[in-house]
Design a binder for this molecule. Sequence first.
Ligand code: GRF
Length: 199
Amino acid sequence: KRVGVLISGSGSNLQALIDAASDPAYPAEIALVVSNKADAFGLQRAAKAGIATQVFDHKAYPDRESFDAAMDAALRAAGCEIVCLAGFMRILSRGFVEGWAGRMLNIHPSLLPSFKGLHPQRQALEAGVKVAGCTVHLVTPDLDDGPILEQATVPVLDSDDEAALSARILEQEHRIYPKGLALLAGGAVRIEGRRALTG
Ligand code: GRF
């Protein structure tokens, strides 16, 4: 399956997907990387791997719908069948999300449904939880919602600050995002109500 990856920054999750897809047995290939930031380091990772990139500056569009429509057209022109959000820091319009229903994944650095939105690692520290983690889920119009494909946990240590906890979670993100994409691309995902069954 051809996959488009949307990024805004470092792209370490993109790198994990690129690395996984370098195995010929992996059921997905990264066909296009889209960024809303021209200076996103992930664009360099893509170029190094020989993957096409496109930048859409959201500030150059009059509204969210036209920005999303431009990205949507590029993804479809590249033959993408699945979209992965990997540190893409723009809210997507309902129309865009509905156009990729069941075919768009996100990674979020918390154990959803806890700590949706921005700075989930900070939210976890402030809440005093002892276990944190990350989630790969299908994207629905509600933010950080949608059926869960993969989760991983990490301990929260007394000595943690936001950076230390984020780094521990990020390692797990890199492990579970390729697993979640493989499940979806391999046709292993069945939706029952709010649940994604992957067995
Ligand atoms: C990750 O923590 C991801 O879960 C979050 O943004 C961060 C992106 O990191 N939504 P990277 O760009 O993949 O390195």
